[in-house]
Design a protein around this ligand. Structure first.
Ligand code: HPA
Length: 271
């Protein structure tokens, strides 16, 4: 594993001009267009990168993008790897390991999520304050490499409090209302039954989605600070009979994209 990480990091360094960024962004659903604001872009297709899995899901193209977002150099992942596509947890989180090897110390992630909190509305933005891991496997299962992080890492502040505070003040300046909440990470690919949405609400969740938690666990293990945000694309609960679809999720995420992008752009430049 260490060898693979270093080999991949080495390859990426050889492909990129200039200094390596210390900030990485995973462009999930609803943040894809942030790419348009990255200047001096250099693309590396995932298919070129040794040891990288290849993204298959509709609506995601697979590239690492190096460039500048405002004044800050960033690495952006255009397309992420989902557990439901068949990748194992080590593959899903491999890019985060490589980011660490490249010197990244802060990770920004976004996703689309179904809202269980009855106060949430479709199109709203939820800053992730904590998560509940319901994936069937933890990405850290198996041999621990102490070079990468501790055997038993704390997850007490998986989402950096200072970044959350700063994002709140940026949202207020922009007059964008944001919610806070707990993200429940599930393997997918099924959306939830009404009883499952209800159950996730009862155990403390505000929104549910099929990504993010694996990457956040590995980032924390590696000592990388995390900021995460969800777009609420549909609502679920025991009395909600609307049927969520992939198309509806994409559409709601697109509609919320400008708000999400503004917050992220400012945040990445100011932290
Ligand atoms: N459930 C799980 N994942 C999701 C949802 C949902 O309702 N919406 C967007 N991603």
């Amino acid at each position: 594993m260490l060898e693979k990480i270093n080999q991949t990091a080495e390859y990426i360094r050889s492909r990129v001009d200039g200094q390596m960024p210390t900030t990485a962004i995973i462009l999930g659903t609803g943040l894809g267009a942030l790419v348009d604001h990255i200047d001096d872009k250099q693309y590396i297709p995932y298919t070129d990168i040794p040891n990288f899995p290849v993204s298959t899901v509709e609506g995601h193209s697979g590239n690492l993008i190096f460039g500048r977002l405002g004044d800050r150099r960033v690495i952006a992942m255009q397309g992420r790897f989902h557990y439901y596509e068949g990748y194992d947890m080590k593959q899903v989180t491999f890019p985060v390991r490589v980011f660490k090897a490249l010197g990244v110390d802060t990770l920004f992630v976004s996703n689309a999520a179904g809202g269980m909190n009855p106060e949430f509305r479709v199109g709203e933005i939820m800053i992730i304050t904590d998560h509940i891991n319901l994936f069937p496997e933890n990405p850290l299962r198996g041999k621990n490499y102490s070079e990468l992080g501790p055997r038993f890492p704390a997850m007490t502040e998986a989402y950096d409090k200072n970044l959350i505070r700063l994002a709140d003040s940026i949202a207020a300046e922009l007059d964008i209302r944001v919610k806070h909440g707990v993200y429940v990470g599930t393997p997918g690919p099924t959306f939830e039954t009404p009883a499952e949405y209800e159950y996730f609400r009862i155990i403390g969740g505000d929104a549910v989605g099929m990504s993010t938690v694996p990457e956040v666990i590995v980032a924390n293990h590696a000592g990388i600070k995390v900021f995460g945000v969800s777009v609420i694309t549909d609502l679920g609960g025991k009395d909600i009979t609307e049927v969520p679809t992939h198309e509806e999720v994409q559409k709601a995420a697109m509609a919320a994209q400008p708000k999400m992008m503004e917050i992220m752009r400012k945040l990445v430049n100011r932290f």
